[in-house]
Ligand binder design. Structure first.
Ligand code: TMP
Length: 210
């Protein structure tokens, strides 16, 4: 029995989604008098890859500790990390009635390893969804901006994905647009070049109206 609400944030490098995920979670925890809610929601924040012990290790390996990896191997490892995240954290939280705010999810595998990496997207969609028992977000916010703008915001040493070519990152962006067209009820694109404040308000509106 599923009672909670599942939100994911997606987008290219430097889109500010981690900041927005934190702001969204904090806002949902507060009372919402405008919406006649005197108590905030119970919110669980997770990130993919990460959060679980396996996910955190896979994150280090995939982003920092390996050289070239085939897109297929990458896809299966990201999916493995997600399976653990869903079973250990997301599904139990939803069953307790919490709101789950997740930084990246299945759509990242679709765009990075599928659209950009060349793994056939239909196959990847099928395998990726089956692996997590079909648990897809109620709503997904895609923070959209050009790869040039996004990558120029990345501070410090670049990780393995950030070092991929501009053409790769363009395909990631096109992938998100493809998914938004295919699933307009779940996936909403937000212009990530606006101020963080404006973006936050748009995300709140989208989440409330879902
Ligand atoms: P980030 O969460 O800090 O943005 O870093 C995660 C990186 O991993 C980012 O470059 C996107 C990439 N990634 C994939 O390539 N496939 C996936 O399935 C996921 C979840 C992330």
């Amino acid at each position: 029995m599923r009672r909670g609400f599942f939100i994911t944030l997606e987008g290219p490098e430097g889109s500010g989604k981690s900041t927005q995920a934190k702001r969204l979670a904090a806002a949902l925890r507060r009372p919402q008098p405008r919406h006649r809610r005197r108590r905030g929601f119970r919110v669980v924040e997770v990130r993919d890859p990460g959060t679980t012990s396996l996910g955190a290790r896979l994150r280090v390996v995939l982003l920092h500790e390996c050289g070239h990896v085939s897109s297929m191997a990458e896809a299966l490892l990201f999916i493995a990390g997600r399976v653990q995240l869903v079973e250990e954290r997301i599904r139990p939280a939803l069953q307790r009635g919490a709101v789950v705010v997740c930084d990246r999810f299945h759509d990242s595998t679709m765009t990075y390893q599928g659209d950009a990496g060349g793994v056939p997207v239909r196959w990847l969609d099928e395998v990726g969804r089956r692996a997590i028992g079909g648990l897809m977000p109620d709503v997904t916010i895609v923070l959209d901006l050009s790869p040039q703008a996004g990558l120029s915001r990345v501070r410090g040493a670049k990780d393995r994905m950030e070092r991929k070519t501009l053409a790769f990152h363009r395909r990631v962006r096109r992938g998100y647009r493809r998914i938004a067209r295919a699933e307009p009820h779940r996936v909403v694109i937000v212009n990530a070049t606006q101020s963080a404040h404006k973006i936050h308000h748009q995300i709140m509106e989208i989440v409330w109206h879902h």
